[in-house]
Design a protein around this ligand. Structure first.
Ligand SMILES: [Zn+2]
Length: 185
């Protein structure tokens, strides 16, 4: 998931960590891999950890808030989300996530690292309860709302081959983007 500049602050990585990471190529809309249903993660070893680390580095480099493994061409149910410096959760890793319940409704502007340079209006539930595994296979449950709830839904959609453009009412116009940029100043 991509967000306008400034909202997703990049957490700087120390050089030794950066050296061990590989920036992976983010597939763009039209690539058939983005339309496939990802398989569950079954092994929680080094390969998964490397994948999650690479996904995080890639997301940071691309200035995104969320990334699903399918977006880097790995059809496994793994997601990273980081809403930026002001978010208390920091980096969230969702392996085999399942949405348990949803409530409310809100319209927001969504972007995606696989749909470069555009955002669209999407209406989704405002609050989400989900369960997921961490990188070691431990299950946890969490309730998220607002932008973080949007991110969770957006990334879980990726695992099922769904993109936000399938759900949006329309794209944000260049004029509206300009207006938003002004308000952010
Ligand atoms: Zn996306």
């Amino acid at each position: 998931m991509g967000m306008p500049e400034g909202i997703c602050g990049s957490r700087a990585l120390p050089w030794w960590e950066e050296c061990a990471l590989a920036i992976r190529k983010v597939l763009q809309v039209g690539d058939p891999a983005l339309r496939k249903v990802s398989r569950p993660v079954e092994e929680f070893g080094r390969k998964l950890h490397q994948l999650l680390d690479d996904m995080y580095a890639t997301m940071q480099k691309e200035d995104g808030c969320g990334l699903a493994a399918a977006q880097v061409g790995v059809l496994r149910r793994a997601v990273v989300i980081d809403m930026g410096e002001n978010d208390e959760d920091g980096l969230m890793e969702l392996v085999n996530p399942v949405i348990l319940s949803m409530s409310g409704e809100a319209e927001g502007k969504e972007g995606c690292l696989s749909v470069k340079g555009k955002r669209g209006f999407v209406t989704r539930p405002q609050k989400v309860k989900f369960r997921a595994q961490d990188r070691f296979g431990n299950w946890y449950e969490k309730i998220v709302k607002d932008r973080k709830a949007v991110a969770v839904q957006h990334e879980v959609d990726h695992l099922n081959g769904i993109l936000y453009i399938d759900k949006m009412t329309r794209y944000v116009t260049p004029e509206e983007e300009e207006q938003d940029a002004k308000e952010d100043e």
